[in-house]
Structure formats: C-alpha cells, structure tokens
Design a protein around this ligand. Structure first.
Ligand code: ZN
Length: 244
C-alpha cells in the first residue's frame, strides 16, 4: 500500500466509506466531518479498517472479515455514544385510518380518557380491528426517522351499536395503560400485565362491569358482527341499530 488519504466529508452523518483508486495502490477514506476531533483510538480503528488488505486464502479472508466487523462495531459504538445526531422533535404520528365506528369514535373515547386519567400525556394512533376480531392490542413501532410511536387497535367486535359506553371505555383504558406502563423484562420474560398494571386496571370505575359484560356478551357479539358483515351492503346500511 503506497498511501491513504483522509477526507472529512460534510455530507456524511454517521457512516464512512473507503474508495480504492483504480489502477493504483491508493485508497481514500471518507469520514463524517464531525469526527475530526474523534478520540485517537477511533481514528486508528478507521485507518486500520480502510487499509485492511485483501486475501485470497479462505482462512485469511475469514479472519479479515472478523477483524473488519470488530472495527466497525467499535467505530459505530463511539459514534452512537459520543457523536449522536441531534434528535428530531417528536412528531404526532400521522393518523391514516378513520377512527369513527358505527357508534363510537375512537378518537373521542381516547381523548376523554386521556384528559381524565393520564393528564393528556398519551399520544397514539388509533384504529378498529377488521371484521369480528376479538383481540385488542397496543404496539410500539418506529417511524422512518427512528422515533417510536404507539398504535392502539380495538377489536372489531366492539364496533357494534349494542356495545355500551363503559365497555368501549374499559377496553381503551386497558390499551392506554400499556403505553402508561410499558412492558418490562423479568427473568427473560416480557411482563405485560404486572401487579402495577393490574392495580391501576382494577381501579378503573367500570372494571368489574366490563369483565362481566365481556364474559357474557363477547361471544354473542362476535356472532352478531359476523352475521352483520354477511348481509348485503345496502341492508347493513338500512338497519344500523340492529341489536344482538
Ligand atoms: Zn393487555
């Protein structure tokens, strides 16, 4: 190797690359401009990474690959820890599904519980589960910029005119609690409904009535919603208030 030149590139954020100048032994290492004052070991690691030789023999190739990976891990960890990119301001996620159901609007239910019990601190996307689904859930995902956001899905069976207000509130409250008390790892297991979660859940005024209602009504409701969906579209529109 006759030479390595280093370029501090203003357009690079947290990646780096090496350009091998064709027909010569020269290489050009491009690193983010903000790493100009990086600690000495990282500069050395970057230089070693850029000047790793090429080998044809498989055992040497494997060793080199491992070394390259080790260097990349080291460089990446320093960049992440000591040179984090300025965070983007938190955005309210984009709500792309309609929240209105045949009786309740999820947005309205969420907002009233948010102001009553959570000091308006919770932010979440909301959607109805499809068809006669019986499961509601909350998921935390990441957007393209890496910012986490929540999404609450309310079971499709709750989208029926006969569902009482306390039931839709209770199921929504349960899913909101998952944002308020995120899951945690305990002995390698994920605890979703720990004692703190259950205590707050039971403190909800309609908890008992809701559990009872679910036990008695969820199955007939499931059948009713499935039947409702089988009817021709126009008939479904004409009898929206049909009970279970
Ligand atoms: Zn749950």
């Amino acid at each position: 190797m006759t030479g390595l030149s280093i370029h501090f590139n203003r357009r690079l954020k947290n990646s780096w690359y090496v350009k091998i100048i064709h027909g010569s032994e020269r290489r050009e290492l491009n690193i983010p401009h903000r790493l100009e004052d990086a600690p000495e070991p990282i500069k050395r690691a970057l230089i070693e990474w850029a000047t790793l030789p090429k080998h044809r023999r498989p055992e040497l190739k494997r060793a080199l690959r491992q070394r390259r990976r080790k260097l990349e891990e080291l460089i990446r960890s320093v960049i992440d820890e000591q040179f984090p990119l300025p965070g983007r301001p938190e955005k309210t996620p984009f709500q792309k599904w309609p929240t209105g159901g045949c009786r309740y609007d999820l947005k309205e239910v969420f907002s009233s519980l948010n102001s009553h019990y959570f000091g308006n601190r919770l932010v979440s996307l909301l959607r109805w589960g499809t068809g006669a689904t019986k499961t509601s859930y909350e998921r935390t995902r990441k957007d393209a910029a890496g910012n986490p956001y929540h999404c609450i899905t309310i079971a499709g069976v709750y989208n029926h005119p006969s569902v009482p207000r306390f039931a839709i509130e209770s199921i929504m409250y349960h899913e909101m609690l998952h944002i308020h008390i995120p899951p945690r790892k305990e002995y390698g297991r994920t605890v979703m409904h720990g004692p703190d979660f259950r205590r707050l859940e039971r403190a909800f005024p309609h908890y008992g009535a809701w559990r009872q209602w679910e036990k008695e009504q969820l199955c007939p409701l499931h059948t009713a919603v499935r039947r409702q969906r089988k009817k021709p579209f126009l008939q479904r529109l004409r009898n929206p208030e049909q009970g279970i």
